[in-house]
Design a protein around this ligand. Structure first.
Ligand SMILES: Cc1cc2nc3c(=O)[nH]c(=O)nc-3n(C[C@H](O)[C@H](O)[C@H](O)COP(=O)(O)OP(=O)(O)OC[C@H]3O[C@@H](n4cnc5c(N)ncnc54)[C@H](O)[C@@H]3O)c2cc1C
Length: 399
């Protein structure tokens, strides 16, 4: 029987990337790898140097917007209108690398791309597309997406914000809550109830009766702007209504796009935590040996790698299905639930393995952990995604 290496002796390392044990990178196309590398460089040189301070100061590093735009990361998967027209896997990799930096930066790009540019691209008139999309791709117009209301985001069918016709215009009244980018947005896609059903309204900043105060005192996504939106008799002309969709399927189809990106994004946050824990546990000595030499520490690190690997394979497969046009919303729910839970658990465990140092922003896990508390909640809470999968399995709607 082969003898185990004596405790304390290191064994030769396999040439596997600990953050990519199944070689997902090798399954990418040349273009996908190039996109990943260019975003990784941006994160290393522009995001990581400023993000800790921005998070501590509760400040969105807006100076990054032109750099994100220059790389083609805003509306990257849309075709035409100065957008990059990349595939879904590229969009996923963009989210993954950005969230390796910070969930707040990835949130900015998700909202701009999937929640604001996507509905204009999918449901807008030609005039609306020409007016907004090229400027949004250049980062000159910042967008937000107003669906959630104060009385409960999980039940968007209970929407109170409404629009009534007045001559050739619409008059909007209501309130939206927890809106990413809200206070810095030049354009809000606001979903409101009309006599015909729920419709999307393009509300420009400065419209009389429209205000977007920032929500302060957040302990999560501190490097992202979150706001309430108030609409008090806001007049929106007919040409600012999205003509191509009526009903909840409008906002829900946007959420499917954004949630798909989140499934990739959170992998980046988890990878950042595992990377730091591999370094930390190798260099910290307790009881006369490296922390990484303890069995329970190795089990915890191995469990992180197991969960990251599963999430990577899930997202890659989902991305390929999205590119083939076969991806179903319930599959996105499963992946959003699985991957957010994976990343949050890893960030919490990494924070614990750092001991006291784990409460310091000098190490990344606590920032990722706090951010992921939002990411697991927004775009459908974990429970909502579980119930979506449950409905698919049983045929019973348990909401
Ligand atoms: C930082 C941040 C940014 C956000 N950005 C945006 C944005 O840009 N645009 C936007 O429109 N929204 C945004 N949101 C809102 C987000 O989508 C909602 O917070 C989320 O959908 C949950 O809604 P809620 O907060 O009203 O919680 P609620 O819907 O009140 O849910 C409260 C709790 O009840 C549970 N629950 C709900 N229904 C059931 C049920 N049937 N059975 C069992 N449990 C249930 C939920 O899982 C949750 O635990 C953001 C939120 C945050 C925190």
């Amino acid at each position: 029987m082969a003898e185990a290496a004596p405790t304390g002796k290191s064994v030769p390392k396999a040439a596997l990337d600990p953050l990519d044990l199944y070689g997902v990178r090798a399954a990418l196309s040349e273009e996908e790898r190039l996109v990943q590398d260019s975003v990784a460089r941006l994160v290393d040189t522009e995001v990581l140097p400023v993000i800790q301070e921005a998070f501590e100061q509760h400040r969105f590093p807006r100076e990054l917007v032109p750099k994100l735009a220059e790389l083609g990361l805003l509306g990257s998967s849309l075709a035409g209108y100065d957008c990059a027209g990349l595939n879904a896997v590229c969009y996923g990799l963009i989210c993954q690398e950005l969230e390796r930096g910070d969930s707040g930066i990835r949130s900015f790009v998700s909202v701009q791309s999937s929640l604001c540019m996507y509905p204009i691209h999918a449901f807008g008139s030609e005039e609306q597309k020409q007016r907004y999309l090229p400027r949004m791709a250049r980062g000159e117009v910042i967008g937000c997406f107003g669906l959630t209301e104060p009385q409960g985001g999980s039940d968007p069918a209970n929407m109170k914000t409404h629009a009534k016709r007045r001559g050739g215009d619409w008059v909007l009244n209501g309130a939206k809550m927890w809106i990413t980018n809200g206070a810095i947005a030049d354009l809000a896609v606001v979903w409101a109830v009309t006599p015909e059903g729920i419709r999307g309204f393009l509300v420009e900043k400065g419209s009389p009766g429209f205000t977007a105060p920032e929500i302060e005192h957040k302990f999560s996504l501190r490097a992202s702007v979150t706001a309430a939106l108030y609409l008090d008799n806001v007049v929106v002309p007919e040409e600012r209504v999205l003509p191509g969709v009526v009903g909840l399927k409008g906002p829900l189809s946007c959420l499917t796009q954004a949630r798909y990106g989140i499934t990739w994004g959170v992998i980046g946050a988890a990878q950042a935590c595992l990377r730091q824990m591999l370094d930390y546990t190798a260099s910290r000595t307790l009881f006369g040996r490296a922390l990484a030499q303890n069995q329970t520490i190795q089990v915890r690190l191995a469990d992180m790698a197991r969960r990251i690997t599963s999430a990577q394979l899930l997202s890659l497969h989902l991305g390929r299905m999205k590119d083939e046009g076969t991806m179903q919303p319930v599959q996105v729910s499963l992946a959003k639930w699985n991957n957010c839970r994976m990343a949050l658990d890893i960030a919490r465990d990494a924070r614990d393995m750092l001991g006291g140092a784990g409460i310091s922003a000098e190490y990344v896990p606590i920032r990722h952990m706090l951010n992921l508390e939002s990411v697991i909640t927004y775009e459908g809470t974990e429970t909502i995604h579980q119930l979506t999968v449950g409905r698919e399995l049983t045929g019973f709607n348990a909401f």
